[in-house]
Write a protein that binds this ligand. Structure first.
Ligand SMILES: [Zn+2]
Ligand SMILES: [Zn+2]
Length: 306
């Protein structure tokens, strides 16, 4: 069975929430591990609505310290404490968030929430691998916003090919060779016949990837960090009619997002972070699709499976 690699959008609004849209927050479920990306106000409600158990969240990534991306954090920490959480919580953010959160917790008499919070300061100058294990690699990379801001890329690690069991018998393959064959080697039989690797294995599925580009002006500098990603989220706060405001506020239009997706050769583009001035972001979608047809709106409570 294919393991999950699923993105759920909790909020798609920018600075001000609307009656249909919460501020930015997303959950990425990678192989049963839940990563919370940004934590705008209302994240707790949206997690409930999407039946995502708070206790499953072990890592939180905060792109930048504008309120619409982290006002939900202290509330969530408070609830986790009330629920009796014991497991560590890792938070990747600007180093100043640690100071601010510590102050809030002390003020609230929550010096000891009952679990350890481990802060990991982000690097806003250059790309950095912030978490890596056998199954997953997570990289942060700088965006171009009014204040320090990072995007995040999640890559499933490449998997080994599966050896076709019957071939072990057919060619009398010794155990010690199996590892090499899974890694791509051909095999030479006892009587000197070369068996190409492709006849011995079922290739592994292509590793899946997701990149989150939070608040940013149009920024080609980040393209190397998001190249070839299967699913790209890129903010599209404004329509083309507000292109000047977008540039002034270090935000993007739908067209900007689409150009980045096109240059990065992304598989699919998701747009969000819409200004509250728009009742519906449909016209932003149309403008983006004119450049990058495989674009969708990351509506609140929508899910995307890779
Ligand atoms: Zn924002
Ligand atoms: Zn911002």
């Amino acid at each position: 069975m294919q393991m999950p690699f699923q993105l759920t959008i909790l909020g798609s609004s920018s600075a001000m929430p609307t009656s249909e849209r919460y501020p930015t927050a997303q959950v990425l479920n990678v192989l049963g591990r839940f990563f919370l990306i940004d934590c705008g106000e209302g994240t707790q409600h949206q997690l409930r609505r999407n039946r995502i158990n708070y206790s499953k969240i072990t890592h939180i990534f905060i792109s930048h310290l504008h309120g619409d991306h982290f006002f939900g954090l202290i509330g969530l920490i408070s609830t986790l404490s009330l629920q009796g959480r014991r497991g560590e919580l890792h938070i990747y953010a600007h180093s100043e968030l640690q100071r601010y959160t510590k102050f809030q917790m002390e003020f609230l008499g929550m010096d000891d929430p009952g679990f350890q919070i481990i802060f990991h300061p982000l690097n806003f100058k250059k790309p950095q691998v912030i978490l890596e294990d056998k199954k997953l690699k997570i990289t942060s990379f700088p965006l171009k916003h009014r204040i320090a801001c990072c995007g995040f890329r999640f890559d499933e690690q490449p998997k080994e090919a599966n050896i076709i069991k019957e071939m072990i018998k057919v060619y009398n393959i010794p155990i010690r060779e199996i590892k090499n064959i899974k890694a791509g080697a051909d095999f030479v039989t006892e009587d000197g016949k070369l068996i190409p690797n492709k006849d011995l294995v079922i290739p592994a599925r292509k590793p899946r990837s997701y990149a989150f580009c939070s608040d940013t002006a149009y920024n080609e500098a980040m393209i190397p960090e998001i190249t070839g990603v299967d699913l790209l989220y890129h903010e599209a706060t404004f329509a083309e009619s507000e292109a000047i405001i977008a540039a002034e506020t270090f935000h993007s239009t739908g067209k900007d997002a689409a150009r980045i997706a096109q240059k990065a050769e992304a598989g699919k583009l998701l747009i969000g972070h819409f200004s509250s001035r728009y009742k519906s972001p449909d016209h932003i979608l149309e403008e983006a699709k004119a450049i990058f047809p495989n674009t969708e709106i990351g509506f609140d409570n929508s899910s995307f499976e890779l």
